[in-house]
Design a protein around this ligand. Structure first.
Ligand code: HEM
Length: 164
């Protein structure tokens, strides 16, 4: 689940943005070398893992909030990835966004996603191939794609397209 549900949701969610905004897609078709940067924006935008839990190991103050040892914390990654103090215009999908310090892979520390390098490679190769092989790809419906109802790992469940 950690390697499949996540990566596929970034593929479909990233593709949806490229189909909605052809000018962003065109940038990747004409300059495939920026795909690595674009993949980071797809990861930020989709953030398929919605949350993780942590337990404070000691008393600490974080941005004015006092946390006590033993407190359970809910880390809301999609929210962090729309933090306007970190990302200018956070609700704009920008394939050239840099820097892009998103936390889609869980941020920092010992539990940072073990598969991040593989996921990044899979995403880059997938978009290299889709953009090259399916130049006429388009959405088959104006309706927003159906999402998987989940409060843990979520993304697009179904997105009909025409391949031209
Ligand atoms: C776009 C794809 C992926 C995303 C967004 C993602 C995201 C995450 C997140 C948020 C965590 C939790 C980090 C934390 O607790 O702080 C995690 C952990 C993990 N991921 Fe991924 N992941 C992806 C792909 C993969 C793949 C492809 C694999 C393996 C083939 C993988 C293996 C793991 C493992 C083993 C952990 C647990 C690490 C630990 O707790 O020490 N992930 N991932």
């Amino acid at each position: 689940m950690g390697g499949d549900e996540t990566t596929r949701h970034v593929i479909s969610g990233g593709m949806y943005q490229l189909l909605l905004y052809p000018q962003e897609r065109e940038k990747l078709v004409s300059r495939p070398e920026i795909l690595g940067v674009a993949v980071e924006e797809m990861l930020r935008w989709v953030t398929p893992i919605q949350n993780m839990s942590r337990t404070a190991t000691r008393d600490v103050e974080l941005r004015g909030q006092k946390l006590r040892a033993g407190d359970r914390l809910l880390l809301l990654y999609p929210s962090a990835n729309r933090d306007a103090s970190v990302f200018p215009e956070p609700f704009r999908f920008d394939v050239e966004r840099a820097p892009n310090d998103h936390v889609a892979f869980g941020g920092y520390g010992a539990h940072f996603c073990l598969g991040a390098s593989l996921a990044r490679l899979e995403l880059r190769v997938m978009f290299e191939e889709i953009l090259r092989r399916l130049p006429a790809l388009e959405l088959a419906s104006d309706a927003p794609p159906r999402l998987r109802p989940s409060n843990f790992i979520t993304g697009i469940e179904s997105m009909p397209v025409r391949v031209g």
